[in-house]
Design a protein around this ligand. Structure first.
Ligand SMILES: [Zn+2]
Length: 372
């Protein structure tokens, strides 16, 4: 991870480079700031610079053996702690390391929700538990494998539980030689003061609209105007901006598939309808449910469209254009029936009914309902 791939935060990059150039690296630093401002990418780049065999002006060289290992976040002297399942057997973070590295490779701007989903802990509050903290103090009791620094990154340090905090405090109080710890948090006020008082604080500001816009243009090849509109809704978070792109892309796919289905139902093209349901059945259940909600939105908006009161209509331009032709098909005789079928389909998807059947069944019912 090179500093150049991190969005903005130039002041902080310079500060961290200077630490390496002057050789004055604090043994523990607290990176705090809102989600999506780049704390984790910054910690990874700083780790790479610390572990690099021949850093240039405080930058990692990107070429040496250490830097090459860091491309996969797999350096033996780099240790991670991150929120983990709370379950009774308290699995160690180490057993999730493979998933962790995969997620970082996808994007070091790691979305906490995405991480919880990857670990299967969406319905509970994960924590950094005492076994993970014990693993860390064990790892640090050995000498560095490559003979240089040892680096520890604790992601979401506010989720360190009390027992784990005691172990981590011991490390902070008597830091092993050449060990650098970075504690990352969106909520510094939730950390124990005994921990924060032993760290040097670096506060990350949220990204500006322009910074996010430029990143979307550079990294996603997005048009300036679109990038601006997304960055304005991203609350200074690159993670939110990327999630918004996903939602935008999904909405455009949903629109196309809704239009396709309505055409196929109108033409009574059963074969094509079956192909359509096979396509939608390939998605994950969550996306299927989002699609059914999107269909409800389209049905509702088209029904309202008939009353010619634009202030009550919430549609994008392409949707509105389609409605000029489609809205007469949604009327007081069928609107409730269609909405009910969509809720039933959503319930079936939630209950894991075969989704190919659910969508094909819905399509067949639409043939009958559309001609009412
Ligand atoms: Zn290097």
């Amino acid at each position: 991870m090179l500093y150049s791939s991190i969005i903005a935060q130039e002041g902080i990059k310079e500060r961290l480079r200077r630490q390496i150039v002057t050789g004055r690296v604090p043994h523990a630093q607290l990176f705090s700031g809102p989600e999506g401002c780049g704390k984790l990418p910054m910690a990874l780049a700083f780790a790479e610079a610390l572990l690099c065999q021949s850093p240039v002006d405080g930058n990692p060289c990107g070429e040496c053996h250490s830097c090459k290992m860091m491309k996969n976040f797999e350096h033996p002297d780099l240790h991670f702690l991150f929120p983990n399942k709370k379950s009774a057997d308290e699995t160690l973070s180490t057993s999730h390391l493979r998933t962790w590295r995969e997620e970082l490779k996808q994007s070091p701007y790691l979305d906490t929700k995405r991480w919880y989903a990857a670990m299967g802990t969406e319905n509970q509050q994960p924590i950094i538990n005492v076994k993970d903290a014990a693993y860390l103090s064990d790892a640090l009791s050995l000498t560095a494998q490559q003979g240089g620094f040892r680096v520890v990154i604790i992601w979401h340090a506010e989720l360190i539980n009390e027992q784990a905090a005691n172990k981590i405090l011991k490390v902070l109080e008597e830091p092993p030689a050449k060990t650098v710890m970075m504690l990352l948090t969106d909520a510094p006020e939730r950390l124990l003061s005994t921990i924060t008082s032993r760290t040097q604080a670096i506060e990350f500001p949220a990204l500006t609209t322009t910074e996010i816009q430029q990143a979307l243009v550079t990294h996603h090849g997005m048009a300036e105007e679109m990038a601006l509109s997304i960055s304005r809704n991203a609350n200074g978070s690159y993670i939110q901006a990327v999630n918004l792109i996903q939602i935008n892309e999904d909405t455009s796919i949903f629109f196309d598939l809704f239009v396709q289905l309505m055409r196929k139902c109108y033409m009574r093209d059963i074969k094509e309808m079956q192909k359509w349901s096979e396509l939608v059945a390939e998605w994950g259940r969550e996306k299927q449910k989002n699609f059914l909600r999107y269909c409800q939105h389209m049905v509702r908006e088209n029904f309202i469209f008939n009353f010619q009161q634009p202030e009550l209509n919430y549609m994008a331009n392409n949707e509105r254009e389609f409605s000029t032709r489609f809205s007469p098909f949604i009327n007081e005789r069928n609107v409730i029936g269609i909405m009910e079928e969509l809720s039933l389909a959503e319930r079936d998807i939630t209950q894991n009914v075969n989704s190919k059947m659910v969508f094909f069944d819905f399509a067949l019912k639409m043939i009958v309902l559309l001609i009412k």
